[in-house]
Design a protein around this ligand. Structure first.
Ligand code: PRX
Length: 586
């Protein structure tokens, strides 16, 4: 393991790439006297231009003279292609906004996008913001229970979906009194029920001019659901001002320039797919390409080659899968357009950084952030030496520190483990959890925003990830809340008690493992294991499905009766069990 070895920019000199100075200039210089108003000025705030994110992603870019430039180049799983210019984006998002408004959707109401990565997902996202409504993107692989939990909590009034997801929406709908409108973007000749309406983007009259909702910086914009240790998922509420930091971090960390072709392979059901798969690139007026298909090394390399992708934002699990395929498929493709690579979501192992430098001639740059931060907060910057395995340094304008786990005071000495804390107040920090002020209040202590992640900082100011401070499972960069899995397990007729914990996995970093006690008269068997797994997959999602179920006679509990996941997790990772003095003896 070459952990911590520095990869300097000198090693990046590649004959095939044109070397241009990074947008950030130098990290040290950018940090001096930094103010977010740099970005506000570039966005035209103060000149009276709309603050509304939807307008900024489309109308503003057209006004900059890029109306005919491709905004979205889309490719489907069967190789279908669509291209939308920034003018199309402007007009079609107007169309969506006006159409929803005419059907009674109003500012501040929650509109859910429950779609695969089809063009309508991207266009409707912008349209919903123009309308002043709150956009709630959800991963289309969610089962009806995951869907219903999040729609119920948000009091969502409208779901935009596809024919293939209608059965799930219909089943969830029985539990959702606030859901008035289900929009189907590919209804064709499908028989629609009450409250279900077809919307055909190609057939709808195009709305050339639309008065966007006069959003203020603090007007709610995007609501992303994220998992915690306790309780159901929490709705992380962002506001239109988030644009300021999403715009600037995209420019400085992802280094997007006007002629780039950018690919973020994250689904907009997760925050990476919105902050950097919609808002970041389009606010910078950059062309982005989308592939609505799952992972496949050959498919991905062909896509990178065919689309001449220059900047690619990916994730460690995908990189590990590509590493498994080796160099042969890499060499079969011309990836010479690539010039910058970045990664997010899980620890990026040093091997992956070195491998990508060997395979693509470019190292992946790790970036660290969360649904709650809304933008990258710690990162490796183009032009700054990378320490392989480190997450890099705080973004200019972000103050990060390692905090003592008990006092939440910053720790001065390098290398000591503590909680990664941030000084609150950057533009894209969440403004609350929906309906959950107590949960939000717990995110702060001693004047710091608490990430819930443990880390260290070294003498050069580089941050290193150590692990999460809670029981949340990070599987392939997707957070799974143990409570949600346990609740689904308990709904199975054979299950008496359950605990869901992380189990190490060579590709996904972690997967869900469930410990289950059975009701009297039920026998453990491989068939029952499979049955319970499928039960959870259907209700929640393939990601939240336990990859293994251990049938046990009892679960470790504290004397007060609380199940202690930490002991089960430590066993899975072969770690010391920690303080077990409060555990109940069997
Ligand atoms: O535990 C950290 C891990 O992912 C969490 C945030 O997950 P989510 O809110 O779903 O947002 C993911 C995409 C921004 C963090 O609290 N995480 C994220 N980036 C990294 C990471 N862990 C290690 N290294 C990273 N670069």
């Amino acid at each position: 393991m070459r952990n911590g070895e520095t990869i300097g920019p000198a090693l990046l000199e590649l004959p095939r790439t044109e070397v241009r100075p990074p947008n950030i200039g130098s990290w040290e210089e950018a940090r001096k006297g930094f103010a977010w108003s740099v970005a506000e000025r570039e966005l035209g705030w103060g000149r009276g231009d709309p603050v509304n994110i939807g307008w900024n992603l489309s109308d503003r870019i057209c006004r900059l003279g890029r109306a005919q430039k491709p905004a979205l180049v889309w490719e489907g799983a069967e190789g279908q292609e669509r291209c939308y210019t920034f003018d199309d984006l402007r007009v079609l998002s107007n169309t969506m906004a006006a159409w929803l408004g005419e059907r009674g959707v109003g500012p501040g109401e929650r509109v859910c996008l429950f779609l695969d990565r089809v063009p309508e997902l991207y266009l409707a996202f912008v349209g919903i913001l123009k309308l002043g409504a709150v956009v709630q993107p959800l991963f289309s692989a969610f089962g009806e229970e995951s869907l219903a939990t999040r729609l119920l909590d948000a009091g969502t009034c409208c779901v935009v979906t596809q024919r293939k997801h209608l059965p799930k929406v219909r089943r969830a709908r029985t539990l959702l009194p606030d859901l008035r409108l289900v929009v189907v973007v590919d209804a064709g000749d499908a028989k629609l029920g009450e409250g279900e309406v077809a919307f055909d983007l190609d057939a709808e009259p195009r709305v050339e001019s639309y008065e966007v909702f006069p959003a203020q910086p603090e007007t709610p914009s995007v609501l992303h659901y994220t998992s915690g240790t306790t309780g159901q998922p929490k709705g992380a509420q962002h506001v239109h001002r988030s644009l300021v930091s999403q715009f600037l971090t995209t420019k400085w960390v992802l280094d997007l320039k006007e002629d780039d072709v950018y690919w973020c392979n994250a689904d907009p059901g997760w925050v990476t797919g919105t902050s950097y798969g919609i808002i970041g690139p389009w606010s910078n007026g950059v062309t982005q390409v989308v592939l609505d298909a799952g992972f496949g090394a050959e498919r991905w390399y062909s896509f990178l080659e065919k689309r001449r992708v220059t900047v690619w934002y990916s994730a460690p699990t995908a990189i590990r899968l590509l590493m498994k395929e080796g160099l042969v498929p890499v060499r079969r493709h011309d990836l010479s357009a690539l010039r910058h690579l970045a990664s997010v979501g899980e620890p990026l192992n040093p091997e992956a950084v070195h491998w990508s430098r060997d395979a693509y001639g470019l190292p992946f740059h790790d970036t660290f952030w969360q649904t709650e931060t809304g933008c990258i907060v710690v990162s490796n910057y183009p032009g700054m030496p990378i320490k392989a395995g480190s997450m890099g340094k705080p973004f200019p304008g972000i103050t990060a520190a390692i905090l003592d786990l008990k006092t939440f005071e910053p720790i001065a000495e390098p290398g000591r483990v503590g909680m990664i804390g941030l000084v609150p107040g950057w533009p894209s920090m969440i403004r609350g959890y929906w309906n959950n002020p107590a949960g939000y209040a717990k995110k702060f202590a001693n004047g710091w925003y608490l990430t819930g992640d443990r880390g260290t900082v070294d003498a050069d100011g580089y941050f290193w990830f150590v692990g999460r401070d809670d029981d949340v499972i990070n599987t392939g960069g997707h957070l799974v809340g143990p409570f949600e899995v346990e609740s689904a397990l308990l709904e199975h007729p054979a299950v008496a008690e359950s605990a869901a914990v992380a189990k190490p996995d060579p590709v996904n970093m972690e997967v869900v493992k469930a410990f289950v006690t059975l009701k009297p008269g039920r026998e453990a068997s491989p068939d029952l294991e499979l049955e319970i797994m499928n039960f959870v997959r259907k209700r929640l999602s393939p990601i939240a499905m336990p990859q293994e179920i251990a049938f046990v006679p009892s679960l470790p509990r504290t004397r007060s009766g609380k199940i202690v996941r930490r002991v089960l997790r430590a066993q899975e990772f072969g770690e010391p069990l920690g303080d077990v003095s409060t555990l109940m003896e069997d």
